[in-house]
Design a protein around this ligand. Structure first.
Ligand code: NAX
Ligand code: ADP
Ligand code: K
Length: 520
């Protein structure tokens, strides 16, 4: 499996320690600087665009910047380097890099340019201010904040070294201000902060420079970036010609209280369009508001929740939560679902009820049958009894903590969704965009997940595939629409259906092929 590993700062430092304490250690900073300089030359600069501003910070990220500057200068670029730290306080490798810059005839400015006194024009900027050593608990000194504001106001591409300065490497949080990069050359391996939360706004295109190291042979990864190669291993197998609706599972969706019927309908439509053989909705809405048919998708079979729960033995999976509400009846239905042996997808109000009621909480923890939770950050906060900000401040930690607490795989939704397992392993999804920030898209995800479980995918595969596919369907729509604005949850469904078929069948269909053989 060539899924990319993702490492925390502590793990990157451990890798570095192991490499540097082995015989004949490589010159990591030199290798990193050369790789990044090549990216700058090839992706940001050109013969008539050769004026580059290189910003060097007070640590080893600054050291990388000196190496980049040296190579760009040697390749004929017009390099202006700015460093406002104290040379004698630089770490040893960075001091060496500065020395070699001087030896190559380089000089540096001792103040950073700002919009107040920068008359010079640049074609590109290299951000070597702060890397994984940034301490976000300390407010950045004003000179750094000023230069970051200045760089962000320029209309030129920025290459961030390792991570954009201002971003917290482990969490993707930006405390105050951050370099807005067009490209990020990240060293050794991916970091969580590049992949989730604010990180997605600031990194631009990420280029991993592994510095010749096979990091996963040095430290066992617990975290990975999902990619299409991995997703290919999660796909349902192509359908046999001799199949019928029973082959592809029956799914129940329990929710749709008065005023929020649409949530369950969306989940049902999503499940049907992702290949479930039969889809039943158990709607909680009162008699005056409950629909008897979904005219937009008449294939859905509408029931009362009681009828649905009476026939659980007919179901292969139950999604409970979309529009479930928080009435006593909802609690009862959830209690019954948790005590059943059915594979469960627990979403939305089901999660809120579990957060509020101890007996539901216990029932979930005691469950042996497969289950998956699909909280957004506010639901995750209720489940962990913390604030939403606490969750967002460290999404990977929150996702793993929840999976462990309930002994259940889950997806923590939002920009850079994280699929986590009780053993602490977790995956970041690279797909999805702000077009998904609209009501109902979570209901669609729960329907996708249920459909894949009903088709007998394992929980692990169904979770990764549904999250990746959901985001990819939105990304495809975004391309078609030219932007994310106004994307609707309903539109995600056909987009995902075509993608999934395409991925499984690679464009080739299963219909019988009969041709006349020309006689010769
Ligand atoms: N780990 C490795 O093996 C490698 C690391 N390299 C580079 O080294 C970087 C890490 O270097 P460092 O550990 O020196 O860390 P950084 O260079 O990221 O930052 C540490 C420096 O910033 C200062 N600082 C941190 N937070 C601050 C704040 N809030 N306000 C003001 N100053 C603050 C610290 O006092 C220290 O001087 C990586 O990101 C990468 O760019 C590369 O050379 C490749 C190899
Ligand atoms: N900015 C974003 N980038 C990527 N994915 C997003 C973004 N905003 C929302 N999403 C995705 O959209 C879905 C929203 O789910 P949720 O908040 O439960 O919606 P609802 O309850 O209205 O159905 C989740 O899958 C989430 O990951
Ligand atoms: K940086």
């Amino acid at each position: 499996m060539n899924t990319r590993p993702v490492y925390t700062t502590a793990q990157i430092r451990e890798i570095e320690f192991r490499v540097l304490h082995a015989p004949n250690p490589p010159a990591l900073m030199e290798i990193a600087g050369l790789a990044a300089a090549g990216i700058a030359r090839d992706r940001l600069l050109a013969q008539d665009k050769d004026r580059v501003l290189v910003l060097a910070g007070p640590g080893n990220n600054g050291g990388d910047a000196f190496v980049v500057a040296r190579h760009l200068k040697a390749w004929g670029m017009k390099v202006t380097l700015a460093f406002t730290g104290e040379a004698e306080k630089l770490p040893q490798d960075a001091r060496c890099a500065m020395q070699r810059w001087h030896e190559a005839g380089g000089t540096f400015e001792t103040v950073f340019p700002t919009d107040k006194h920068a008359a010079q024009q640049w074609d590109a900027v290299i951000d070597g201010l702060f890397g994984i050593g940034l301490d976000t608990a300390r407010l950045l000194p004003e000179r750094y904040r000023e230069v970051i504001r200045y760089v962000n106001s320029l209309n030129v591409p920025v290459l961030a070294l390792d991570i954009p300065s201002g971003l917290t490497s482990d969490t993707g949080e930006v405390q105050d201000i951050c370099i807005h990069a067009a490209f990020t050359a990240t060293f050794i391996a991916l970091k969580p902060g590049l992949l989730t939360n604010d990180g997605r706004n600031y990194c631009g295109e990420i280029l991993v420079c592994n510095l010749g190291l096979q990091s996963d042979t040095l430290i066992t990864a617990q975290s990975w970036l999902l990619d299409h190669q991995h997703i290919k291993t999660c796909l349902p197998t192509p359908r046999l010609a001799n199949s019928h609706k029973g082959t592809f599972g029956s799914i129940g969706i329990l929710g749709g209280a008065t005023g929020i019927v649409g949530a369950a309908v969306l989940a049902g439509r999503a499940a049907l369009n992702l290949g479930a053989g039969r889809v039943y909705l158990g709607l909680l809405a009162d008699a005056d508001h409950v629909p008897v048919i979904d005219y937009g998708q008449p294939e859905l079979m509408l029931r009362s929740p009681r009828e649905l729960l009476r026939q659980v033995e007919l179901l292969d999976c139950l999604v409970i939560g979309p529009g479930l509400g928080n009435e006593i009846a909802a609690c009862d239905f959830l209690q019954q679902a948790l005590h059943s042996d059915l594979p469960l997808v627990l979403d939305a109000d089901a999660l809120n009820l579990i957060a509020r009621h101890e007996e539901l909480n216990k029932a979930l923890k005691r469950r042996q049958a497969p289950g998956v939770l699909t909280p957004h950050p506010a639901e995750a906060a209720r489940l962990l009894h913390v604030t939403k900000d606490d969750i967002q401040q460290n999404r990977p930690r929150a996702a793993c903590e929840l999976a462990k607490k309930f002994n259940c795989p889950l997806v923590l939704k939002g920009a850079g969704s994280i699929c986590a397992y009780p053993d602490g392993s977790h995956y970041f999804s690279p797909t999805g965009n702000p077009g998904l920030s609209t009501a109902g898209t979570g209901d669609v995800l729960s329907g996708f997940l249920g459909a894949l479980l009903a088709q007998k995918l394992t929980v692990e595969k169904a979770l990764l595939l549904s999250v990746y596919l959901h985001g990819a369907a939105a990304d495809r729509l975004l391309d078609q629409m030219g932007g994310p604005l106004g994307m609707t949850a309903s539109e995600i469904i056909p987009s995902a259906r075509s993608l999934l078929n395409y991925w499984i069948y690679d464009g080739s269909q299963g219909s019988i092929k009969i041709n006349n053989q020309e006689e010769r």
